[in-house]
Design a protein around this ligand. Sequence first.
Ligand SMILES: *Cc1c(COP(=O)(O)O)cnc(C)c1O
Length: 252
Amino acid sequence: MINQPPISQEALIAENIAHVRTTIAEAARRAGRSPEEITLVAVSKTKPLEFIKIAYNLGMRDFGENRIQEALEKQAAFCPADLRWHMIGHVQTNKANKAAASFAYIHSIDSFHAAEALQRAVEKKSQATGESLRQAVFLQVNISGEASKEGMSAADAPGIVRQILSLPQLEVCGLMTVAPLVEDAEQVRPVFRALRELRDELRQQFPAVNWEHLSMGMTDDYPVAIEEGATIVRVGRAIFGERIQVKQPLAC
Ligand SMILES: *Cc1c(COP(=O)(O)O)cnc(C)c1O
């Protein structure tokens, strides 16, 4: 028996990215869309910097993180000018200062309160740096209404948009959602469709806003999200492999 050499991490990630890109192209084609309309964000949360460097060297330019501290550490250690960081996790108001202007996009604005905190933080950073900074944000909508999910309700979205328009340093550029976990991705098609329809309504109501983006679709459901209009898919496991669950120590 000849032992096969182990597959390198790089070869594995390369194969995964190629597979995801092919799947994106196929889904786009099914929907009569161009694959170039869709940005693939590689979700690198919990993964080592080494994986990010490998993916970057393979051509990936968009990376998603869900914890501010972890993201800032990675940004400090690896900072090519053309790499775009996406904040995809909840931003607590007490972390707004750290989040402001540290990400190309913040996908997870889920209330006016969160938006205001971010506006203040961007203002502060603008004053400190002497630059006129603006932060691109998505509004996170909890379409499915699951209690465990973050995001504003679809019904609240128009009112919150109206308020956010008064915040000069935030630039709304679309909507984001996280679909429920299901066995069959077809089951969440209505969630993605509803986000697109909400976007279309908001576009009518607020024509001055750039409603270009729909950030929706993850490892288990991104082809369906693309068929329903996603312009940004956030894919972690299909690129970097399963995340190891860190068990919380049991309390005595
Ligand atoms: C972790 C995460 C993803 C990626 O999930 P995968 O199932 O690994 O593709 C996408 N979006 C958000 C908001 C996440 O927290």
